[in-house]
Design a protein around this ligand. Structure first.
Ligand code: UDP
Length: 323
């Protein structure tokens, strides 16, 4: 019986995907070193504790299980930290991904679904963003994702790797059943921080930049529910199984919300008040990132279920209250 290997399945997006695959009758095995993931979130399928930095761990895992396809969620994803400690980002996000791809080659596994990011594009020339925009990342995190996409294209041409690079916009929200959710430590993402402020556990929210060329001066982002990201992985798996061609696919809702709109929405959902403090721009933050997801809709039939910001924030709030 073959399994899908979910690398980083004890983390935020990986655990939601594991739940969805398992619910659809697909056998899974999570590979995770638990450095930032949580064992209790890897609650579906098998669990293999291993480290991508150790090729021997990968070899043991591929020997122990028959793997049909690999999904790779195991990367660092904080833009600020990627400036402060680029070595951490290049070693894990690029170097360890190569270890994984080489272990797949050795085991004869050819299907790969990669967590890429809209950060590969940098500051886009036009909105909404399509896949044919040039790659021009403006921070080390985005550069690691671009490098891996370049590697995937070369591996595909030379070794027959079949891949889908899913370029996430801003992942948010939590499993509507409350079985998994976002647990980062430290947390740097806007929605969980705003919820913590609304709950009185943070005294204020710093708004990074109020002088962007956007309607209210704060950055616009395209927030996408984590369960809708998970469903894209299931569709990408079926797409590759049916012989779909390799490439990159944007994943967002096609609507940009400003930082202030997110704060307002969180106040509405929680009934709490959030104190705002104006702060300088954060390095490596484009003014506006909004996806066109036309391609994944057309090629894979993807359709978001939780597209509204309010329902995204509400599911995050339900998780936040319990955790
Ligand atoms: N942001 C903010 N204050 C915070 C955290 C984030 O103003 O405490 C802004 C950030 O500058 C960006 C947006 O919120 O414009 C989303 O940032 P987040 O870190 O959640 O995700 P990213 O876009 O970096 O993936």
């Amino acid at each position: 019986m073959k399994r899908v290997l979910i690398v980083g399945g004890a983390g935020y997006i990986g655990s939601h995907t594991n739940k969805l695959l398992s619910g659809n009758g697909i056998k899974t095995v999570v590979f995770d070193n638990l450095s930032t993931g949580h064992r209790r979130l890897a609650r579906w399928g098998e669990f293999f504790k291993g480290d991508l930095a150790r090729p021997a761990d990968l070899a043991r895992c591929f020997k122990k299980y028959k793997i049909s396809a690999v999904m790779h969620f195991s990367a660092f994803a904080f833009v600020g930290e990627s400036f402060a400690d680029p070595a951490k980002y290049y070693c894990n996000n690029v170097g360890n991904t190569l270890n994984l791809l080489n272990a797949m080659r050795a085991a004869g596994v050819a299907k790969f679904i990669f967590s890429s990011s809209c950060a590969v594009y940098g500051e886009p020339a036009c909105l909404p963003m399509k896949e044919n925009l040039p790659f021009n990342p403006v921070n080390p995190y985005g550069r690691t994702k671009k490098m891996v996409e370049d590697i995937l294209a070369d591996y595909s041409a030379a070794y027959g790797l079949k891949y889908a690079a899913l370029r996430y916009y801003n992942a948010a929200g939590a499993d509507p059943d409350g079985e998994t959710g976002e647990l980062h430590n430290p947390e740097t993402h806007l929605i969980p921080l705003v919820l913590a402020a609304a709950a009185g556990r943070l005294k204020d929210i710093k708004v990074f930049g109020s002088d962007y060329k956007t309607p209210d001066g704060t950055c616009l982002r395209d927030y996408i529910h984590v369960t809708d990201l998970a469903s894209a992985h299931l569709l990408a798996l079926r797409y590759l199984e049916k012989g779909g061609s390799s490439g990159g696919f944007n994943l967002g809702n096609g609507k940009g919300y400003s930082v202030l709109q997110v704060i307002k929405t969180a106040e509405k959902v929680t009934g709490g008040k959030v104190k705002i403090v104006k702060a300088p721009r954060r390095a490596g933050d484009p003014a506006a990132l909004v996806a066109s997801s036309f391609l994944i809709k057309k090629k894979m039939g993807w359709k978001p279920r939780y597209a509204g910001l309010e329902e995204i924030v509400r599911t995050a709030w339900e998780w936040h209250k319990k955790n």
